[in-house]
Design a binder for this molecule. Structure first.
Ligand code: AMP
Length: 285
């Protein structure tokens, strides 16, 4: 496994690989890796000839009230896990090389970024879209792998790639969960033992919406009420718990076909997000 820090070197090395006819799969991460991240690397290995992971805690996607300095940084164990997963290249660029002192160009995020995370975390998707496009320029990959766990993020990246004709395929991969259902997240490590139990409330709430739909309830407001009732038992604050259209992420009044239940909630001082696809007239999603 090659660990590369230099921005020119990563392009040169992977350009050789690409010219050799090999397919390159890219997995962008902010490090603090868990099995969810590693599942993306495994998928990249399956679908492509060469897997490239990036580890970069992107400062421009953190708001002024979000503590960038507190984001977990575990480079040594991340590299060991990537080696174990047979990742071929890891790109770990220095922050001051990604954003040089004169950097002033940003991506205006697409309309799907407006609500939910976009509203609660102003500037977040501007930072995400900018860094992802920069990574796509630095790494000549054929396919980029993202987790469904960050549902709106994937929608934003898909729209950006379509709108700007970026020549890369976006592959969305399933959310990896703990045995009890909690979505794996780098932030879970901040949960105390008691908060870890309460964090399951997000998954229980998503499942309560699904159960109600299976029972025949298709009104979004009643499905949302079911989620809020479940969340009220465990979490400290709900940022949103809504049923939205799977592509536009606009609120839906009724679940007639496919919808997504999305939740952001706080447990203690940790903010967690999760989602579940809901399909009308089906028992499973
Ligand atoms: P992050 O390092 O949190 O920015 O995440 C990097 C990538 O891993 C993103 O595409 C996430 O959606 C994905 N990811 C994070 N958690 C999970 C999970 N539990 N299952 C699958 N993918 C995940």
């Amino acid at each position: 496994m090659k660990v590369i820090h230099d921005l020119n070197e990563i392009y040169t090395q992977l350009d050789f690989v690409r010219c050799d006819g090999k397919r390159i799969g890219l997995v962008p991460t902010m490090g603090a890796l868990h099995s969810g991240h590693l599942s993306l690397v495994q998928r990249a290995k399956q679908d492509c000839d060469v897997a490239v992971a990036t580890i970069f805690v992107n400062p421009t996607q953190f708001g002024p009230n979000e503590d960038l300095s507190k984001y977990p940084r575990t480079l040594e164990s991340d590299l060991a896990a990537l080696r174990e997963s047979q990742c071929d290249f890891v790109f770990v660029p220095p922050s001051d090389r990604v954003y040089t002192s004169g950097h002033s160009t940003f991506i205006e995020p697409p309309s799907v970024a407006k609500r939910w995370e976009g509203e609660l975390r102003p500037g977040h998707f501007r930072g995400v879209a900018t860094v992802v496009l920069k990574l796509f320029q630095l790494i000549p990959a054929h396919v980029a792998f993202f987790g469904r766990k960050d549902y709106q993020q994937v929608a934003v990246i898909r729209a950006m790639v379509d709108d700007l004709n970026v020549p890369i395929r976006i592959q969305v991969c399933d959310t990896i969960r703990e045995p009890d259902g909690l979505a794996m997240s780098s932030r879970n490590r901040y949960l105390s033992k008691e908060d870890r139990v309460r964090a399951l409330g997000l998954w229980l709430a998503l499942n309560s919406a699904r159960s109600r739909l299976v029972e025949g309830e298709t009104s979004s407001s009643r499905l949302e009420e079911a989620m809020r009732q479940e969340l009220a038992k465990s979490v400290d604050a709900v940022d949103y718990a809504v049923i939205v259209h799977p592509d536009t992420m606009e609120p839906l009044i009724q679940v007639d076909e496919t919808a997504v239940a999305i939740i952001a909630a706080r447990v203690g001082s940790t903010r967690l997000i999760d989602n579940l696809t809901l399909i009308a007239n089906q028992k499973t999603s």
